[in-house]
Design a protein around this ligand. Structure first.
Ligand SMILES: O=C(O)CCC(=O)C(=O)O
Ligand SMILES: [Fe+2]
Length: 350
């Protein structure tokens, strides 16, 4: 169908149907937004313009490239190189830090399937493996939060000791960026700039160091990441130069989101979409590694505190409207999804 929709047909004078293939490039679809002005919180015209551009893009596309973010390239590339050293370790070593019940550690192939995907009926596992790192807790926090979901120790690989410091620095820097964006999102919604902040007192952070194996370029078998939306608030992604990330546009076509140097790809997750009563779009995306080599990416998920109750602010509703969703506790919402999508959390291991 999309072939007929996307192309122009003309009947030539010898009655042959000629197809003028219209290369569907979408140069404007995922804009690059300079978030430099968002780092300074004092009101200014440039700040207001960046807030408005971010808001409009997230309402329509749900995805944006962020430039001017101030995160050193040396840190982004350094983390990727360190992640590659981890993925190069023997399988037996990586399996020594297999994912724990606090959702931290190595996730081998075939252990995550997006069964809760609202996009596709997905049953095949994703073709990737990864190291999952979450917010790091001090000894005191570990004691205080003992027994609570997702509050445990990260599992650091002893054979790549530099990974710990690098990943923690990366999470600190990206949390700073996440916070600046959170303030801007409140402003874009017409709320007080600080409106979301109390919900991020103990943010739920995920840094996933993903590796997609080499696949034949035109392989029909296996997809790196099946079409899905992210569960949470916002995702800030760095990817290597392989390409392969695709975003579903409103008309159903898949558009490429290739890497652009010195930018991150940012997208809205389901809980932000829900919080904004559907105003911000949680857009489906997928990964197909057609590069003919391994692909590495590092999504950072910036999410609320586990206890946070997500309820659409009444000022976002027009008179007489009711919210699209009832209030939900973020921690409950998240655990329901993790329990269904990760085989290691299921008693039968399936
Ligand atoms: O690897 C990528 O580029 C995207 C990964 C992704 O969509 C995810 O982990 O949710
Ligand atoms: Fe995703």
């Amino acid at each position: 169908m999309s072939f007929f929709r996307n192309n122009l047909f003309i009947v030539t004078n010898n009655h042959r149907l000629r197809v003028i293939v219209q290369q569907k490039t979408h140069p404007q679809e995922i804009p690059v937004i300079d978030v430099g002005p968002l780092r300074d919180h004092t009101p200014s015209d440039t700040r207001a313009a960046a807030v408005s551009q971010l808001g409009q893009t997230l309402e329509t596309v749900g995805f944006a490239y962020l430039s001017g973010h101030g995160i050193p390239a040396e840190l982004v590339d350094g983390l990727r190189e360190t992640a590659i050293r981890f993925h190069d370790l023997p399988e037996i070593t990586k399996n020594g830090i297999r994912i724990n019940t606090a959702h931290r550690g190595f996730i081998p192939y075939s252990s995550s399937t997006l069964k809760t995907s609202t996009v596709d009926n997905v049953s095949k596992p994703n073709l990737s493996d990864s190291l999952m790192i979450m917010h790091e807790l001090s000894e005191m926090e570990l004691r205080e939060r003992a027994g609570q979901p997702l509050q445990g120790r990260n599992q650091w690989p002893a054979d790549v000791p530099e990974l710990r410091e690098m990943a923690l620095r990366y999470m600190t820097e990206l949390s700073r960026l996440g916070r600046d964006i959170t303030i801007a999102l409140a402003e874009a919604l017409g709320l007080l700039p600080t409106w979301f902040l109390p919900h991020f007192d103990c943010p739920t952070l995920f840094l996933r160091l993903l590796h997609y194996p080499e696949q034949e370029r035109d392989s029909q078998h296996g997809i790196g990441a099946a079409p899905h939306t992210d569960y949470g608030f916002i995702t800030i992604l760095a990817q290597d130069d392989s390409g392969g990330l695709e975003v579903r546009s409103k008309d159903g076509t898949w558009i490429a989101a290739p890497p652009i140097p010195d930018t991150f790809v940012m997208n809205v997750g389901d809980i932000l979409s829900r919080w904004s009563n559907g105003r911000f779009a949680s857009t489906p995306h997928r990964v197909i590694n057609r590069s003919g080599r391994r692909r590495f990416s590092q999504p950072f998920f910036f999410d609320p505190s586990m206890q946070s109750v997500i309820e659409c602010p009444s000022s976002l509703l027009h008179a007489g409207d009711t919210p699209l969703h009832p209030p939900v506790c973020w921690g409950d919402y998240l655990m329901e999804r993790l329990n269904r999508n990760y085989t290691y959390r299921q008693a039968d291991g399936k």
